[in-house]
Design a protein around this ligand. Sequence first.
Ligand code: ZN
Ligand code: ZN
Length: 298
Amino acid sequence: MFQRFSATQLATGSILIALAVTGLKVAAWMLTGSVALLSDALESFVNIGGAVIAWFAVRYAQRPADDGHPYGHHKAEYFSAVAEGIMIVIAAVVILHEAVNAFGRAAVADWGTAGLLVNALAMVLNLAWARVLLAAGGRLKSPALSAGGRHLMSDVWTSAGVLAGLVLALASGWTVLDPLLALLVAVNILREGWLVIASSVNGLMDTAAPEAERRKIEEIIHRMGSGALQVHDLKTRRAGQALFIEFHMVVDGAMTVRASHGICDLIEIALRDALPEAQVVIHVEPEHKLEPAGIKPR
Ligand SMILES: [Zn+2]
Ligand SMILES: [Zn+2]
């Protein structure tokens, strides 16, 4: 049902969901006083900040190319994803601090099941929205939405761990399980934060298109490049929704500019047909620039 929604609409949805989830988790903590539930609630404040940053990034990334940014503004989304990763790590540190302090004052647990149920509701909400974001992030090629989805999934696992532990603590009366779980939660969040940062920084580093896309590009060049002798030095670069493709195309040196440009056009049209976001640059060379290895058009 979220198939038709744009990246901006989904980013707005993330803010609303984060507000609702944070409200539920704070209520769950107030109902129980559990340190683990407090850490879970603190972490969801990070969700609100992350969702707001993603909203700005998604909108900025959609701006058309201008004189100052002739390749477009797509990479803005990676900054939001890096920021989201950093916020996840900060949340983990806050939780670690809370958990370590709580070991000294392990109070007798007086938790009702109401708090646990409220937290479980927040978890289900997060899980549903995480699945929407992960699907949309892939479909719209939006690093900001994908990072948001991964973040929410780590929250879901966190909540699941906390709830399972609290149920055990209630059953066994062993209250130290509460800060102990908060500690485990913090370590898990730290790990997810690191993964989100690493993959987003990778996006800022002019990463090549995925293997499947590169194979598709090579196949199109092979199929549509007839008349050319060889294509080499194929380079691809993914920047969020944008895809940049460049290569050298060797033709008979006596071929007219008009004819070689015609081949370029056929390849470009076929590439944009298969990959609508592609921006293609082709450098034409005469036959003495043939290289030992390359793509041979049919
Ligand atoms: Zn600009
Ligand atoms: Zn060359």
